[in-house]
Ligand binder design. Structure first.
Ligand SMILES: CC(C)=CCC/C(C)=C/CC/C(C)=C/C=C/C(C)=C/C=C/C=C(C)/C=C/C=C(C)/C=C/C=C(C)/C=C/CC(C)(C)O
Ligand SMILES: C[S@@+](CC[C@H](N)C(=O)[O-])C[C@H]1O[C@@H](n2cnc3c(N)ncnc32)[C@H](O)[C@@H]1O
Length: 385
C-alpha cells in the first residue's frame, strides 16, 4: 500500500517535520511497527491513546446514563444481578447489559459469576464530593459543543453562558433560590479544591484571611478548621450570603467570620485581612475585570500581606491534558472568562503591584493549582501588617 493510497499526507507535502513526526505521517511505518515485535507496543499504545480521544464523547455519555439511571448507586448497596439493575431503571435487559459492559470497560463496575458489583474506581466516583453533580450538569456543555466548528468559530450562543448567572452579578444574582442551587453545585465540588489548596499553601502566620468570591464558605470553613485561631472574612454577592451564614453557624464558626455582601466590580474590598484568597474566581472573568480585582486586593492588603489564587490553570507552553481541554473549553463556552496559566496569573499579579510571586503546580491540576504573591513592604510605608 502506498502512502498516498492510504490517504496520508504525501511525502512531498510533509515539509520540515521532526523525524518522528515524519514517521508518524507514514502509513508504511505504521504497518512496519505493527509487524515488528520490538515496535508493536508503540503502535498499540499510540492507537489506544488516539482511540480514547476519538471515543471520549461516548465514554462521558455512558457515564451520564449510569449516573442518571442510578446504576452505580444501586451497586454501592451491594452486588446484584442484571435484572435488578434493568427493571428499576426501565431499561430492557439486553440494552442494560450493553450499558453495564460499557461501565465495566470504563473500570467503574465489574461482573463476577453473574453478579454486578462496584469497582474501586466506581466507588471513588461516588465518593468525590460534587463529581456526580458536575457530571449531571454536563448536558449543557455537551449541547454547546454539538457543532464544535461553529462553536470554535464563535458563531454559536452557548447555553453555558447563561448557566451560572449568579457568578457574574447578572440578573440571577438577585435571586437567592437560584444562587443557592448553583452555589450548592459549586460548594460540593469545593471540598477537594479546599483540601488541595491548603496542602499547597502554608497559612501559618496569617491572622486574618479574606476569601473574595468565597461562595458559601467551604474554603474558609476548611481553613478555619485547620487554623483554629484564624479570623476570617467572606466577601461575595448578596445572594450568596444566606447559604454562607448557615454554613458558618452550623460549623460553630459564626463568631470568627464576618460576611460582607458586595460586588468586587462596584464596591471597595473590606480592609483588615493580612491574606486574601481567590478560589476559582479569576477564570470566570475577563482580563480587565481580573486586573482591576487584583489591584483592589493589592490595595486592601497591608504591606507584606499575601494573596492566594487557586483554580485549575492552563499548562501554558506545556498544555495540560485536563485543564487545557476541559476547563479551557468550559470557560470559553461561559464567554466571560478564560483558563489562564500560572505564568499568566503571575504576570497579572506583578502588574497589579505584587512581588514574591510563586506558582505551585497542583498535584491534581484538574482540581487546582496555586499562585501566591505578597504586597511589597515598600509600596506603602503607611501600612503595616
Ligand atoms: C492501597 C491499595 C493498594 C488499594 C486500595 C484501593 C483503594 C480503596 C483505593 C482508593 C482510591 C482512591 C483514594 C481514589 C481517589 C480518587 C479521587 C480523589 C479522585 C478524584 C477525582 C476528581 C475529579 C475527577 C474531579 C473533577 C472535577 C470537575 C469535573 C470539575 C468541574 C468544575 C467546574 C465545571 C467548575 C466550574 C466553575 C466555573 C463556573 C467555571 O466557575
Ligand atoms: C466559581 S464560584 C467559586 C466559589 C468558591 N470560591 C468555590 O471555589 O467554590 C465564583 C464565586 O465568585 C462570586 N462572584 C462573582 N462575581 C462576583 C462579584 N462581582 N463580586 C463578588 N463575588 C463575585 C460568585 O458569587 C461565586 O461565589
Amino acid at each position: 500500500m502506498s502512502d498516498a493510497a492510504a490517504g496520508a499526507v504525501p511525502p512531498a507535502r510533509r515539509g520540515r517535520q521532526p523525524w518522528a513526526v515524519r514517521l508518524g505521517l507514514s502509513p508504511r511505518f505504521h504497518a512496519f511497527c505493527a509487524r515488528v515485535p520490538g515496535l508493536r507496543h508503540i503502535a498499540r499504545s499510540e492507537g489506544a491513546a488516539l482511540f480514547d480521544i476519538v471515543q471520549g464523547f461516548v465514554q462521558s455519555q455512558a457515564l451520564l446514563a449510569l449516573v442518571e439511571l442510578r446504576v452505580l448507586h444501586r451497586l454501592a448497596e451491594g452486588p446484584v444481578p442484571l435484572s435488578a439493575l434493568a427493571g428499576p431503571a426501565g431499561v430492557p435487559a439486553e440494552r442494560m447489559a450493553i450499558l453495564c459492559k460499557a461501565g465495566a470497560g470504563l473500570g467503574l463496575m465489574a461482573c463476577r459469576r453473574g453478579m454486578w458489583r462496584l469497582t474501586v474506581r466506581g466507588a471513588a466516583f461516588l465518593t468525590v464530593p460534587g463529581l456526580e453533580a458536575m457530571v449531571r450538569h454536563h448536558p449543557v456543555l455537551y449541547r454547546d459543543l454539538a457543532d464544535p466548528v461553529a462553536f470554535f468559530r464563535g458563531e454559536t450562543q452557548p447555553e453555558l453562558a447563561g448557566f451560572w448567572p449568579y457568578v457574574f452579578g447578572a440578573g440571577g444574582a438577585a435571586d437567592p433560590e437560584l444562587a443557592a442551587r448553583y452555589s450548592a453545585l459549586m460548594a460540593d465540588s469545593q471540598g477537594l479544591v479546599a483540601a488541595d489548596t491548603l496542602r499547597m499553601v502554608d497559612l501559618r502566620g496569617v491572622r486574618h484571611l479574606m476569601d473574595v468570591g468565597g461562595g458559601t464558605g467551604a474554603f474558609l470553613a476548611a481553613a478555619g478548621t485547620a487554623h483554629p485561631a484564624l479570623r476570617m472574612t467572606l466577601f461575595d454577592l448578596p445572594a450568596v450570603v444566606p447559604a454562607a451564614t448557615a454554613r458558618f453557624a452550623a460549623a460553630g464558626m459564626a463568631g470568627r467570620v464576618e460576611i460582607v455582601a458586595g460586588s468586587f466590580r462596584d464596591d471597595p474590598l473590606p480592609r483588615g485581612a493580612d491574606a486574601v484568597s481567590l478560589v476559582r474566581v479569576l477564570y470566570d472573568h475577563s482580563d480587565a475585570t481580573v486586573a482591576a480585582l487584583l489591584r483592589a486586593v493589592h490595595d486592601a492588603l497591608p504591606a507584606g500581606g499575601r494573596i492566594v489564587v487557586s483554580e485549575p490553570m492552563s499548562g501554558g507552553d506545556s498544555p495540560d491534558p485536563a485543564t487545557d481541554v476541559y476547563f479551557s473549553v468550559y470557560t470559553l463556552a461561559m464567554q466571560t472568562g478564560r483558563t489562564r496559566s500560572g505564568a499568566e496569573i503571575a504576570r497579572m499579579l506583578v502588574q497589579a503591584g505584587f512581588s514574591d510571586v510563586k506558582t505551585i503546580a497542583g498535584f491534581r491540576p484538574y482540581v487546582t493549582s496555586v499562585v501566591t504573591a505578597a504586597r511589597s513592604f515598600n509600596t506603602d510605608p503607611q501600612k503595616s501588617v
